[in-house]
Design a protein around this ligand. Sequence first.
Ligand SMILES: C[S@@+](CC[C@H](N)C(=O)[O-])C[C@H]1O[C@@H](n2cnc3c(N)ncnc32)[C@H](O)[C@@H]1O
Length: 213
Amino acid sequence: MIKTMTTDKFEHKAQGWDSPVKIEMAGKFVREMLENFKPEKDFKVLDYGCGTGLAGIEVAPLVKSVVFLDSSRAMLDVLSEKLGSLSDIDSLSPDNSKVIHGDIFKYVTKDVDMVFSLMALHHIEDLESVFEHISRNILKPSGVLVIGDLTDEDGSFHGEEKVAHSGFNIPELARQLEQSDLEVETTYTYNTMKRGDKEYEQFILIARKAEKN
Ligand SMILES: C[S@@+](CC[C@H](N)C(=O)[O-])C[C@H]1O[C@@H](n2cnc3c(N)ncnc32)[C@H](O)[C@@H]1O
């Protein structure tokens, strides 16, 4: 019998994830996203690679429902604790927040107005399949995908840790999105992070699914 081992790379990071730096990073991304694209009150949104939900929890009061999806059980445990303690807030009742553990491919719905993903895509290998799935099986026609992530870097951002992408080349990313009928409307660098003597840039990218497909 072949046994597959899945390791949760975030298991040891989850408890300390919500540091002031990470909270500030999520806040900055959400502010930038809202400046470019205002979700409607009746929107269903998906926070993909939500981690402990720092971005999704900020967006929740503005929309009808939030789906939090992540492959790390440990990160989602921290999120679930927070959702439990926030459950008296209308916008985060069990009716309008849902937590999904695992891979995005098991989530098929076609009724999501907006997917956003902060600092998660550089951990994910096969993004072409992910974009295809988001476009075909998750977003409504005219739905929007918002990405916040690192621009190309020299691989030092994660130190010794191996990740799928050392940031992104934006024209290349835009080409991949367009292959899945996700048309880039806006993209620019919105933040620069300093670590030691190095600087890393974060971009925001907003892409829209075609009206008909
Ligand atoms: C750097 S953290 C960012 C978390 C959160 N978005 C934030 O900004 O605080 C990356 C997250 O992506 C998740 N992740 C990595 N690969 C994934 C995959 N294939 N599917 C879903 N989530 C994934 C990790 O478990 C982790 O929680």
